[in-house]
Design a protein around this ligand. Structure first.
Ligand SMILES: [Fe+2]
Ligand SMILES: [Fe+2]
Length: 404
């Protein structure tokens, strides 16, 4: 872990991150009845808030929202685009919110009731799909077993070995709903921990939030990576393109983070991220170098190779061991958090690799091609012109639409 940094630059002026587009994201397009109901409720010009008199909480709009949720949630695919998008939008009210949506909707009782109904469906599926027989230590040790060779199921192995630039761009776009708020969902757990677990958690989060330097906040480093890849860096810009499998991985963090009863699972999620990050980041940094993606794209993953090797030790020895010493009864929850994270990451990896092996986009629609660099076939790598930096690739193909 790096030492604490001063809050000023070497010139003595306050540190300042490179400018990022300001403003809140627009509400996304709905993907089915549940997300339509939620988005319609959020688009309504006025709605009850926590400050409204109790007698006004029941409105025709809220009644319709609750009726739709009750009817649809039980039959919805717990991992499908409709439920995951509806849940994502409701969670986002606790982060940056949306353009045109009142901040107070975060605590709108009707929306919280809908969120709870969707969470139950998601959580029930996760509990059914994640094996519960292993302990936390065993689950953590399982994460350390790296495949001896690429077994065909690892996205980072694929991208390092043969990933094309358009696949790296898709990967960055679909990960952006998390990485542009990296570490925020884990921060919810801090007031719910004590002693060693809290101290260790804050130490790691301090690094994730830039160790006192705004330009080093990992979310900012990811925005810089996106800029190198010719992507929009505005928060929430790619929400409409994110597949359900990607939204589910972000929703899992919010689900665990926003419920004190799931603090053990949140710690399990955090441990999984930190334990598996360093070797995967090394492969992704190699992929960025091989494709000439750019210095900021390399830096994001290089930073995680080093930082997460240290974070892993802190998380294992202080956060997980500290929590389980303090609250030994949470061991099954920590193991569940690890298992659920692996389960959803495996689903996402299967989706990505299946699409890319068939030269299809893994997004809901292909990314816009905004310049020659992203659309031209490769040329000689020795050329200085940045348009030629993809030269060693066998060819950049425009991916096909997999989700019309
Ligand atoms: Fe990070
Ligand atoms: Fe980390």
């Amino acid at each position: 872990m790096r030492p604490a940094a001063p809050l000023t630059t070497s010139s003595g002026t306050p540190s300042a991150a490179p400018p990022r587009p300001a403003g809140r994201p627009r509400l996304p397009r709905p993907q089915g009845k549940l997300s339509t109901a939620v988005l319609s409720a959020l688009s309504a010009p006025s709605a009850p808030t926590p400050h409204s008199p109790l007698s006004t909480l029941r409105t025709p709009g809220n009644d319709a929202l609750l009726t739709t949720t009750e009817a649809e949630a039980q039959h919805a695919d717990p991992y499908g685009a409709d439920l995951q998008l509806a849940l994502y939008v409701l969670y986002e009210l606790h982060y940056q919110g949306f353009d045109g949506v009142d901040d107070d909707r975060e605590w709108d009782p009707a929306l919280l009731a809908v969120r709870s109904a969707l969470e139950k469906v998601f959580l029930r599926a996760l509990r059914a799909d994640v094996p519960s027989s292993v302990g936390a230590a065993e689950a953590l040790d399982g994460l350390l077993v790296e495949p001896v060779a690429d077994d065909g199921t690892s996205v980072s192995h694929h991208l390092r070995r043969e990933g094309r630039l358009w696949q790296l761009r898709e990967y960055a776009a679909l990960r952006s709903p998390y990485h542009l708020k990296e570490a925020d969902p884990h921060a919810w757990v801090i007031p719910r921990l004590r002693g060693r677990a809290k101290a260790g958690m804050v130490a790691v989060e301090f690094d994730e939030f830039g160790a006192g330097r705004a330009e080093d906040i990992h979310a900012q480093l990811f925005a810089d990576l996106m800029a190198d890849l010719g992507l929009e860096t505005a928060y929430g810009h790619y929400l409409d393109l994110a597949p359900a499998e990607a939204l589910a991985t972000v929703n899992l963090m919010s689900l665990f983070g926003l419920h004190r009863s799931l603090r053990g699972a949140l710690v399990g999620h955090f441990a999984t991220v930190e334990v598996t990050s360093s070797p995967a980041a090394r492969r992704l940094a190699d992929a960025m170098r091989r494709t000439g993606a750019g210095p900021a794209a390399e830096r994001f993953y290089d930073e995680h190779v080093e930082a997460d090797a240290v974070h892993e030790q802190v998380v294992r020895r202080e956060v997980v061991e500290g929590l389980l010493t303090d609250e030994p009864g949470l061991e099954p929850d920590v193991a569940f958090g690890i298992g659920a994270t692996v389960h959803l990451e495996d689903r996402l990896a299967a989706h990505l690799l299946d699409a890319w092996r068939h030269d299809r986009t893994a997004l809901r629609a292909p990314l816009a091609v905004t310049g020659r660099r992203w659309s031209e076939p490769p040329r000689c790598r020795t050329h200085e012109n940045p348009d030629h930096r993809d030269s060693h690739l066998p060819g950049i193909q425009t991916p096909q639409i997999s989700h019309p």
